[in-house]
Design a protein around this ligand. Structure first.
Ligand code: 13P
Length: 252
């Protein structure tokens, strides 16, 4: 069983007034062997302060995207080395909100993941189908295509996380059923074993999409669910920590 990872994605939320939330989470993070890892992916504007707050605690801090290039004339973008320099350890790439809102293709996502790994960051590559694709019975085909494309050229499975986030479950309050999650996560695991051999077993596969303290006890124990990527419920320390507590109880 892989060590679980409970990751929050604050998206475009959070001002300095919200730093106490990060402090509360950092204080609760336990670095005990076997305990789940705890991560908050905050907006770039809060990264520096978040890293200072988390320093010395078991809370890790991550970014929400990075550019394919390490530097250059890309106004408004942020690079993987910039995130790493501030103290980030992870970066989300290919979130559906960036795939749809910023036209990020599988090819771009693969480039971002490679640049992230090169900079010493762990990319969290997001994939997931739309409701239309699921209704048409195309879920596994879509997932396979996204995995093939988004992992192109990636040599290392050692520093890699995959997040399965069905688009129709993001921010909607609709959660995939345990059977749906088990099917897709099992499929992702087989793909990873085919792609990376034995090392594919150690790649963590997170579920994301309306995960909250109420449904976490049902979702986190599902085979091949190695944690969660949590949006809305990560904005409140009490909710995020309740999901962490569920994961902790499963780890003992
Ligand atoms: P919600 O938990 O708000 O549905 O968001 C999920 C998500 O997109 C995390 O990356």
């Amino acid at each position: 069983m892989n060590r679980k990872l409970i990751a929050g994605n604050w998206k475009m939320n959070g001002l300095r007034a919200d730093l106490p939330t990060i402090r509360e989470v950092a204080v609760a993070a336990t670095g005990q062997p076997g305990a789940p890892e705890l991560l908050l992916c905050v907006p770039a504007t809060l990264l520096s302060e978040a890293c200072s707050i988390a320093s010395g605690s078991a809370l890790a801090v991550g970014g929400q995207t990075c550019h394919v290039s390490e530097k250059g004339a890309f106004t408004g973008d942020i690079s993987a080395p910039m995130l790493r320099e501030l103290g980030a350890t992870h970066v989300i790439v290919g979130h559906s909100e960036r795939r749809t809102g910023h036209g990020e293709s599988d090819e771009i996502v693969a480039g971002q993941a490679r640049t992230a790994q090169k900079a010493g960051l762990i990319p969290i590559i997001c994939i997931g189908e739309t409701l239309e694709e699921r209704s048409a019975g195309r879920t596994l085909n879509i997932i396979k295509g996204q995995l093939s494309g988004s992992l192109a050229g990636l040599e290392s499975a050692a520093n890699l996380v995959i997040a399965y986030e069905p688009l129709w479950a993001i921010g909607t309050g609709k959660v995939a059923t345990p059977a749906q999650i088990e099917e897709v996560h099992g499929f992702i695991r087989s793909f990873l074993k085919g792609r990376f051999g034995d090392a594919g077993k150690g790649v963590r596969i997170l579920y994301g999409g309306s995960l909250n303290p109420g449904n976490a006890p049902e979702i986190l124990p599902i085979p091949n669910v190695d944690g969660g990527l949590i949006g809305g419920a990560s904005l409140k320390a009490a909710d995020f920590l309740a999901i962490y507590a569920t994961a902790r109880a499963l780890s003992v």
